[in-house]
Design a protein around this ligand. Sequence first.
Ligand SMILES: Cc1cc2nc3c(=O)[nH]c(=O)nc-3n(C[C@H](O)[C@H](O)[C@H](O)COP(=O)(O)OP(=O)(O)OC[C@H]3O[C@@H](n4cnc5c(N)ncnc54)[C@H](O)[C@@H]3O)c2cc1C
Length: 499
Amino acid sequence: MGARTAQEYLQGLRDGREVWIGGESVKDVTSHPALRRGASSLGGWLGRQHEAELRDVLTFPSPESGEHVGMSFLRPETRDDLGKRSAAFLESARWSGGMLGRTPDYLNSSVMALASASEFFTAVNPEFGRNIQAYFRHLRENDVVLTHTLVNPSVNRRLTDQGIPSSQVALQIVRHTDRGIVVRGARLLATLGPLADELLVFPSTSLKDDPSSTRYAFAFAVPCATPGLRFLCRDSYDTGRPVFDAPLSARFEEMDAVVVFDDVEVPWERIFLLEDPSSCNSVHSATNSLIHMMHQVVCKNIAKAEFMVGLLCAMTSANQRDRAPQTQAQIAEAMCVVELMKACLTASEANARPDQWGTMTPDRMPLDAARNVFPQQYQRLVELVQLLGSSSLMATPAQADLTSAIAGDIETYFALENLESPQRIGLFRLAQDVAVSGFGARQALYERFFFGAPERVASMLFQAYDKEPLTRRIFDLLGRPDGFAEGQRDTVSGARDGR
Ligand SMILES: Cc1cc2nc3c(=O)[nH]c(=O)nc-3n(C[C@H](O)[C@H](O)[C@H](O)COP(=O)(O)OP(=O)(O)OC[C@H]3O[C@@H](n4cnc5c(N)ncnc54)[C@H](O)[C@@H]3O)c2cc1C
């Protein structure tokens, strides 16, 4: 099949999956008002793979079928391959201004790396090595859209912080069958869950490494329409407003859902790790899947920061604040974020090395720095939109007002010297959707947490960082002779001693 069209993707979502929102069971996510336009946008995202001028940027011929498949499935063997991957990530992320955070290339990158490191799984069980490779081929050839859940809900934080899941709620194995395993419990938090084709259930990396954890230790994948699987959605930020009124929330509602597993059977061929806490704890870092996910994420960060700079420039050009050095300094802060993210991407590719399986792997540290810095910087970018938008973010009548009895007021009182009223209102409604709306607040929360709690993410960088040479330099300095030039030593010590 290869890269899918929007219609093929939307048709695939009509599969009887169980999705709940606002007390209602959703019959068809592609027609439900809370989810319909988000699904349609993701369809548009996939459909771009077929546009003539983008085909060679977004796809490549599958080594197996020859069909064009998504570039995120390309296993990089050279730096040039990495460049092709990031060019596709950037092209894709710029399309939504980075506001469609969970595009399929994120998890495709993860599974590409997992399958390339299939020996990691084979070492645990040869069947698991074959399973992950077959699963990757299935994703690539059918352009499957994935969501994932990593985190167990917690009833007792004191225990979960020690790697002991809450047995009442955490997802766990309840029995083995001839066909596979049966699991019960819940997982947080599947972004895109109701709009994905399949669900990856991977371990979060903090299980206690002893037999008490084995029933919580697994990695598998199931279709979203698997019997017993339920997606419990939050409120939708797409409230049905016209695109003019809600330029982002009307388009890019990707939805987040808690996933309940009500005795879900997982077939053996979709199991990648089982009852082995140690391999579960190390899977993301040992296979380098984390690095390839960060490589996609830094491109999303670039696109999102660029979008914010463009917005700030458009706003301040409209209200003519951009002549003030103070405003320029504020926007320069945002420009620095763009350039820092780009520098991290460039450095990660320039210093890329093949890993032990021959997969060209970006340098981790610049990407890890980017994923630690961006969550804070994004909050500042939002704050800059608020600071520079001020009351214009509230002076935002709706599209319906433009043709109503008060249309004259709007024409008179909302125009700027260089912008007609409808354009000014449209621009500031966009800014409002970024910085004030529920959609905007969720974006800020997403950036803070989607990769994990900030302390944990920072601690991972700390642990991976090569600290020893830097620490040694400190002790070398303390231990070496002072190094003053010949003849200076006495003078300096004399001055210090007051002689
Ligand atoms: C919008 C959004 C989308 C998401 N999408 C996904 C997804 O698609 N798939 C997925 O698997 N997960 C997803 N997540 C969940 C994400 O993985 C978790 O939010 C993240 O791992 C943090 O876990 P938590 O929410 O349980 O918060 P906690 O770990 O409870 O953190 C809550 C607060 O406590 C702090 N904290 C954490 N540990 C300690 C400690 N030991 N001592 C003191 N303070 C501490 C944290 O910094 C934070 O401020 C998403 C989250 C959000 C908000």
